[in-house]
Ligand binder design. Sequence first.
Ligand SMILES: [Zn+2]
Length: 247
Amino acid sequence: MAPSKADFTLLLQLHEKDLSLDDMRRRISQVPEDVAAIQTEIDDEKTKLESVHAKSNEVQAKKKDLETTVAQKEASIKKHEGDLNQVKANDAYKALLKEIEDAKVVIEELETEILELMEVADEVSKEEKGIKSEIEGFTKEREGHIKELETKKTELEAELAKGEELRKGALESVPSELATLYEKTRERRKGIAVSRLHDKSCGECRVMATPQALLDVAKGSKIVMCDSCQRILLPGEKKETEKEAAA
Ligand SMILES: [Zn+2]
């Protein structure tokens, strides 16, 4: 049985439904990608904090080393001072005094170095605090965004499921020959099986339709395929003036 104008209207409705469902699917599949990108941003910030934290540990460890050396030097001074009372020879006495003096010089140098390290530690700790609070705000904001995206995805999935049910009905309402052609064409033509005319040309591939094709599409009593992109040609959207004239 030849299709009627009403059948082509149903086909157009099916096509429009598919466009909107495909758009939903695209938006749903985009979400995990967007979430992963945000997660990477969060991880990068955390890496920044880890590196400052490592720097802080390094400074503390170095300071501890120097303090240990100071303590050793102080112990050796104490020992030498004790030894001073024991030695009788003048040379040995002088040598001990020199050792004590040398150790005191070294301690002074080490203490200067320790003070400098404490200043560095202060700065690193300030930097660490700054990054920490920055990350807290940043992470909170980004995690909020992830949550929004996931909520949107759940909503879209529910909407898609409903739409897919309605789509079944829309497909069944189209005569089977036309429906089969539509499904096959949709598969072959990247999901777009229908093309509406636009100024006598195919709306999808922009190739001009033949006068006969234009006539047949306008009549709406047989299936017309675009010669170029092999999609089902349907009448274009009516302009306001035409709609008024038709009314
Ligand atoms: Zn075409």
